[in-house]
Write a protein that binds this ligand. Structure first.
Ligand code: MIC
Ligand code: SF4
Length: 644
C-alpha cells in the first residue's frame, strides 16, 4: 500500500477503497478557525452532544483579527466559551494561523485531521491525512460521525533530484499547477514520493501540501520519515512520530514525475493560481506591493531567509513591503535573535501572526497595483482592490522584487544563497493555548448580538418551478459567491446580514433578485465553487431561495456544502445544453423528488426544450437533501440513537 491507502485503511468506517465509492473515515483531530468556526460550533451545539468525541479538537482565532467593530471580538468570546464547554482547546488571536500552529504543536503523522478551512491539507506535510471541509461536516466529526468522501485516485508525484539555489518548494507546487490546473486535482490525492522528498524539510512539504488545494485535490500527503522525526524532535514532540512510508511494492493510480534540478522560479499571474509563468519572462514589470506570509509561506525558515536577505538592505522606495509570521512560535524565535531587527530595519511592516492580507483583512493594494505575495490564492478582488494585479510566488522571488521594485529572477539577481540555520530546536511556549476544564458544567456560553440562531430549511419539494437567477462561467470560486474581506467577514455569524453580499462582485443585484424569486436556479460552468471551504457560500444562496445549482462540474468541498444545506447539485448531461439557457428563463423540474428517489433520469423543461441533467448522489446524500439538510438529518440520527 501507499501512504494514503495505509492511513485510509486504518480509519475506514464505511465503504470500500475502490475509486469512486463513497467512504466514511474516522476523524482523529479537528480544527476550526474563527471565520467558519462560529457557525460550526452553533451547529455542534444544536446536535446536543455533551463533549467532542475526537482525540483532539482545536479552535483557532486567526482570520477576523482586525476587529474594526464589536462583531469579531464577540465571535472570539463565543468561541472561547464554547470551547471550554465542549472540551476543545482554544487558540486565541496572536497564536498564529491554524495550519502553521497545528503543524508545529499538534499534528501527528498517520492520523486524520478534518478542518473547516480548505488549506487543512497542510497537515499532509507531516504525514497526516488532512482534509478541508464545511463547518457542518467538522461539527459532525466532533459529534463522532464519520467524514465522507469519494474514494479518490492516489497519484504519485515522483520528485527526482534536488532544488537549485533560489528555487523553492513553492516552485514545485506552482509547477504542478502548471501541469494540472485548478481543476486537475479533483478526485485525487497527491502523494509525494521519490528521492527529492528527502531533501525537503517539513515546512517545505507543508507549503506544497497546502497549495495542493489550489489544484482542487481531495488532499496531498508526504511520508513520515526521518525528516519528519527530526522536525517533531525539535518541536519536543518525538513521541508523536511514527514512520509511515509506502511499501516497496506500493502501486498508484497515476504517476507524474518532476525533476527538481530542472525547475526554475515560477509565478502565478493574475487572477488564477494556475496562470503560471516563468519569472524570467515577466522581468521588469514594476511592483508596488510585496507580502511574505499566509499559511503557505510563513514558517520560521521562510522568515529567517527573509531576514538574511534583508540584513543591512533597504526595501525599494516604491514598494510597500509587509511580513506576517505564521505563528507566535515563529515570531518569538525571530525576536530571540537579530532576525527581527534585520527585517524591521529594512523598512518592512510587521503584521500580526494571522491570515491578514491573504483574506483581504487590511493591506489592500493601491489602484491597479502589482502585488507579489507568497500566498496561495489570487482570485480577482480577494486582496480588497478589484483592479489590483496579484501574483503568487516564493519568498525568494518576493524578496528580489522587494529590493529591486520589479519582478526579478532571484537566480540571476542574488549571489550565493545565505545559509540560514533553521536546524535549532524550536522555541516551545504552549502557555497561550487554553485547555478546557474537566468539569464544564458551570461554563456559560456567551453569544454577542451579532450571533444569530441557525436557520431551518424545508425539504426538497415534489416539483420545482424555478427561474434562472444567475448564469456564470467556469472556475467560479467561493470568493466570487460570497466574498471575504474586512467588511464582510465580521458578518459570518449573521446569515441575514451576510447574505446581502452574495455574488456581490459578480452581480450586485443578485441578492435582492434571488430573494424575491425564491425558487432560484444558478447555472454555472466547470469547477463551480472552487477555493475556500466557507459553507456560507452554500448557506447564503439557500437562504436567498436557491434550490438548485446546475453546473458542468463542481469542486469537492462546495459540492458537499450544497448538499449539506439541501441545494440540489445537478450537472449537464451534454455541455452544449449550457448555451441553451439564459438569465431569467423559467425552468421546470417535474416530480423531481420522486425521480431521484427512484434513481430515474431527470429532464428539465426550459424554453420549450427538454434538457437531460444528471445527479450523482449516494443514498446518504439523498437522505440529507430530502431531510432539508444535514443538520436536520443528523439530529434525527442522534435522537434515534439515544432512544435505542
Ligand atoms: C480562504 O483562504 O479562502 C479561507 C478564508 O481561509 C477559507 C475559509 C473561510 O472562508 O473562512 C478557506 O480556505 O477555506
Ligand atoms: Fe488564512 Fe489565507 Fe491560509 Fe486561508 S489561505 S487559512 S485566509 S492564510
Amino acid at each position: 500500500m501507499n501512504v494514503a491507502k495505509k492511513i485510509i485503511s486504518r480509519h475506514l468506517l464505511a465503504g470500500k477503497m475502490e475509486i469512486g465509492c463513497e467512504i466514511g473515515l474516522k476523524v482523529d483531530h479537528t480544527l476550526t478557525q474563527d471565520a467558519t468556526g462560529t457557525m460550526a460550533y452553533l451547529q455542534f451545539e444544536a446536535m446536543d452532544v455533551p463533549k467532542v468525541k475526537t482525540k483532539l479538537s482545536v479552535s483557532y482565532v486567526d482570520h477576523n483579527t482586525l476587529q474594526s467593530g464589536f462583531e469579531s471580538a464577540d465571535d472570539h468570546k463565543f468561541l472561547q466559551t464554547i470551547a471550554e464547554k465542549y472540551g476543545i482547546i482554544f487558540s486565541p488571536a496572536g497564536n498564529g494561523i491554524c495550519h502553521q500552529v497545528h503543524l508545529e504543536r499538534f499534528g501527528v503523522p498517520g492520523m486524520t485531521l478534518l478542518g473547516s478551512d480548505s488549506h487543512t491539507s497542510t497537515g499532509g506535510g507531516l504525514g497526516m491525512l488532512a482534509f478541508g471541509a464545511g463547518g457542518l461536516d467538522v461539527a459532525c466529526a466532533m459529534a463522532g460521525q464519520p467524514f465522507y468522501i469519494t474514494m479518490p485516485k492516489i497519484v504519485k508525484i515522483n520528485l527526482k533530484g534536488k532544488l537549485r539555489d533560489w528555487v523553492s518548494a513553492k516552485d514545485i507546487i506552482l509547477e504542478l499547477l502548471r501541469l494540472q490546473n485548478v481543476k486537475g486535482g479533483r478526485g485525487k490525492i497527491y502523494e509525494f514520493s521519490g528521492e527529492g522528498v528527502r531533501t525537503l524539510s517539513v515546512p517545505e512539504r507543508a507549503t506544497i501540501a497546502n497549495m495542493g488545494t489550489e489544484l482542487g485535490a481531495t488532499t496531498s500527503i508526504f511520508p513520515s520519515d526521518d525528516v519528519t522525526k527530526d522536525f517533531l524532535e525539535r518541536q519536543d514532540r518525538k513521541v508523536s512520530w511514527t514512520r509511515i512510508e509506502p511499501e516497496e511494492s506500493a502501486t498508484y493510480d497515476e504517476e507524474i514525475e518532476i525533476d527538481l534540478n530542472m525547475l526554475e522560479p515560477l509565478i502565478a499571474a493574475p487572477h488564477m493560481p494556475d496562470n503560471i509563468k516563468k519569472v524570467r519572462d515577466l522581468e521588469d514589470i514594476k511592483v508596488n506591493q510585496v507580502g511574505i506570509g499566509s499559511c503557505t509561506n510563513s514558517s520560521f525558515a521562510d522568515m529567517l531567509l527573509t531576514s538574511e536577505i534583508l540584513k543591512g538592505k533597504k526595501i525599494n522606495k516604491n514598494v510597500n513591503f509587509f511580513i506576517s509570521p505564521g505563528s507566535r512560535q515563529v515570531l518569538e524565535m525571530l525576536s530571540h535573535s537579530d532576525a527581527l531587527f534585520n527585517i524591521i530595519g529594512s523598512g518592512a511592516r510587521i503584521l500580526e501572526s494571522s491570515c491578514g492580507p491573504c483574506i483581504g483583512m487590511g493591506q489592500a493594494p493601491e489602484s491597479s497595483a502589482v502585488s507579489l505575495r507568497t500566498f496561495n490564492r489570487n482570485f480577482e478582488g480577494r486582496s480588497g482592490t478589484k483592479n489590483a494585479q496579484v501574483y503568487l510566488c516564493s519568498p525568494e522571488v518576493a524578496l528580489a522584487a522587494a529590493l529591486t521594485g520589479k519582478i526579478t529572477d532571484p537566480t540571476r539577481y542574488f549571489n550565493k544563497k545565505p545559509s540560514a540555520n533553521t536546524s535549532e530546536k524550536f522555541f516551545i511556549d504552549d502557555k497561550h493555548f487554553q485547555l478546557p476544564p474537566v468539569d464544564s458544567s458551570k461554563v456559560k456560553v456567551i453569544k454577542g448580538p451579532n450571533i444569530k440562531s441557525l436557520n431551518e430549511f424545508e425539504p426538497l419539494s415534489n416539483s420545482l418551478h424555478g427561474k434562472i437567477v444567475l448564469k456564470v462561467g467556469d472556475n467560479i470560486s467561493t470568493d466570487h459567491i460570497l466574498p471575504a474581506g474586512a467588511k464582510i467577514l465580521p458578518l459570518r455569524s449573521n446569515l441575514l446580514a451576510i447574505s446581502k453580499y452574495t455574488f456581490a462582485v459578480v452581480d450586485k443585484s443578485f441578492a435582492s433578485r434571488a430573494k424575491s424569486t425564491q425558487n432560484g436556479v444558478i447555472v454555472a460552468g466547470e469547477n463551480y465553487g472552487q477555493g475556500s471551504s466557507r459553507e456560507h457560500a452554500a448557506l447564503a444562496p439557500r437562504y436567498l431561495g436557491i434550490k438548485i445549482v446546475l453546473a458542468k462540474s463542481f469542486a469537492r468541498i462546495h459540492l458537499a456544502n450544497l448538499i449539506n444545506f439541501a441545494i440540489l447539485p445537478l450537472t449537464f448531461d451534454s455541455f452544449p445544453d449550457y448555451n441553451k439557457i439564459k438569465l431569467d428563463d423559467e425552468i421546470d423540474f417535474d416530480d423531481i423528488r420522486n425521480v431521484i428517489e427512484k434513481d430515474k433520469s431527470i429532464y428539465a423543461k426550459v424554453n420549450n426544450t427538454r434538457i437531460k441533467v444528471n445527479y450523482n448522489l449516494t443514498q446518504r446524500q439523498k437522505n440529507i437533501i430530502f431531510a432539508g439538510g444535514l443538520l436536520n438529518w443528523i439530529k434525527r440520527q442522534l435522537t434515534k440513537h439515544k432512544s435505542l
